[in-house]
Design a protein around this ligand. Structure first.
Ligand code: NAD
Length: 481
């Protein structure tokens, strides 16, 4: 047995507190070298039915468990995941090719989601509305029920963590379908919860063909919320399906983050920071800074320092300690990236670095920098979701904001300026769910994260995040005279 398969966990479905297998499997591939590292069990319909029944039973127990006890179990699971950080990080680097140092940070971030929500779940307060003496109006928040969650492949541990944390902290049960190419993070989460004493059925994992699972689960009347993170196209189709059943949705979808660099900042410093952040996780982040609109006065220096930084970054196997940029997640992504780069060049954009697939084994796309790309080209409308940056000069803040808003998406947006007047204008005019100024960090556990326009609906994180997992019940109590 090679070291890759020794480190990678065995993937099983987790239904009603039991680890179960299936007859059919899909291969799990390491994108750094295309070796098969594991087998994904494809859930059968009767197993999905079992998961729904288990989640219903789990909900009965969990929703009646005291919030303090729920919090204790979540915190214990998080403590175990912190203890197992290295093992979890190695699994992530194997299945996604993510540089190991970034995988470790992802595990810690996933734990922070659990820890924040564990505390916040104890503060889902209702209220008492003033009333006449003989009557009482109470507003209570109650867990919404069983949640069908769908997590993406770009953060195999912290994305499932975010979904599970929100549901469990609010008293809901979950059936989670992680991405088929990156199931290990969820396996480690479920193991930690099992060890922490989570009652059976509260957390269930199913794997397989995404459409088969969502089309089975969403119409079930036991499912009371659909939570999805992924592309806008899939999010739209799941939202339509859920709407037929009047099931609410929480949708974290794609972005195409602009970065507006004003003329009052240090171009070199911002250029270096931008290059590092752009290449994080090979650009496969919904908040990845991609469309750089740089004031024309700073433009030459910004481009120079961005390129210099990119050239120092080491592309390689996710498990190597010195890798800065890993492969992309799967073969499909390479084709999409090549198409977007070719189209940008055809429209007259300049290719300053990269622009092609590396020929060596694995799904590596060279870190790519394009400049002066016309707005009509596809890459100015569609997020590349890969290690590709576009840097265009702008004359003014107004032009930067206009270009920033010129896409159907509005998830993360960034700006660099020291002017209070500029900040005020940015806050008023940029269309995005998250605006970060002088930093390329878009969200932390205590702040609400989500999009506007085609970037989705609802928020995860902060106290807003847990509200989606609850219903509001108004109680009118006529006490009598
Ligand atoms: P894709 O749309 O084929 O798949 C994205 C994810 O959605 C996968 O994890 C898949 O399991 C899931 N999925 C697909 N069809 C589904 C269905 N019918 N029911 C339930 N789940 C389903 O895209 P891809 O090529 O894997 O990823 C590229 C695009 O996805 C990017 O362009 C990006 O916009 C988006 N994406 C966004 C995020 C995010 O954090 N918002 C994360 C990953 C991918």
């Amino acid at each position: 047995m090679n070291t890759e398969t020794q480190t990678y966990p065995s993937i099983r479905l987790f239904i009603g507190g039991e680890w179960v297998n299936s007859k059919e499997h899909l291969p799990i591939i390491n994108p750094s070298n295309t070796n098969q590292i594991g087998k994904l069990p494809v859930v059968r319909q009767e197993q999905l039915n079992n998961a729904v029944s288990a989640a219903e039973e789990g909900f009965k127990i969990w929703s009646r468990t005291a919030p303090l006890e729920r919090s204790r179990i979540i915190l214990e699971a998080s403590r175990l995941m912190r203890q197992r950080c290295e093992e979890i990080a190695q699994s992530i680097s194997l299945e996604l090719g993510k540089p190991i140092r970034q995988s470790r940070l992802e595990v810690i971030r996933g734990c922070e989601f659990f820890e924040w929500d564990a505390a916040e779940g104890q503060r889902l307060y209702g209220r008492v509305i003033p009333s006449a003496p003989h009557i009482r109006y109470l507003v209570v928040r109650q867990p919404i029920g069983c949640v069908a969650s769908f997590s993406p492949w770009n953060f195999p541990m912290s994305q499932p963590a975010r979904k599970i944390a929100g549901a469990l902290a609010s008293g809901c049960s979950v059936i989670l379908k992680p991405a088929e190419n990156t199931p290990a993070g969820s396996i480690h989460i479920a193991r930690a919860f099992e060890d922490a004493g989570l009652p059976p059925g509260v957390l269930n994992l199913v794997f397989g063909q995404p459409a088969d699972i969502s089309e089975y689960l969403i119409p079930r009347e036991e499912i009371r919320l659909v939570a999805f993170t992924g592309s806008t196209a899939v999010g739209r189709s799941l939202t339509m399906l859920a709407s037929e059943h009047m099931t609410p949705v929480l949708m974290e979808l794609g972005g195409h983050a602009p970065v507006i660099v004003c003329d009052d900042v240090d171009a070199q410093e911002v250029g270096v920071l931008s290059a590092i952040r752009k290449m994080r996780n090979s650009g496969q982040v919904c908040t990845s800074p991609t469309r750089f609109f740089v004031h024309e006065r700073l433009y030459p220096d910004f481009v120079k320092s961005f390129l210099r930084q990119v050239r120092t970054m080491k592309v390689g196997d996710g498990l190597s300690e010195d890798t800065d940029i890993g492969p992309v997640a799967h073969y499909r992504r390479l084709e999409v990236l090549q198409g977007l780069v070719n189209d940008a060049i055809e429209w007259g954009g300049k290719l300053l670095a990269g622009g092609y697939r590396r020929i060596d084994k694995g799904y590596f796309f060279e870190p790519t920098v394009l400049s002066e790309v016309p707005s009509d080209s596809e890459i100015m409308q569609v997020e590349p979701f890969g290690p590709v940056a576009v840097i265009n000069p702008v004359r003014s803040l107004e032009q930067g904001i206009e270009l920033a808003n010129s896409v159907p998406f509005g998830l993360a947006a960034y700006a660099f300026t020291h002017s209070a007047a500029n900040v005020d204008q940015l806050i008023n005019e940029v269309e995005a769910g998250n605006l970060s100024i002088n930093t390329l960090e878009a969200s932390v556990p205590e702040t609400p994260f989500g999009g506007v326009k085609a970037s989705g609906y609802g928020r995860e994180g902060g106290d807003e995040g847990l509200l989606h997992y609850t219903i509001v019940k108004n109680v009118m109590h006529n006490i009598g005279t």
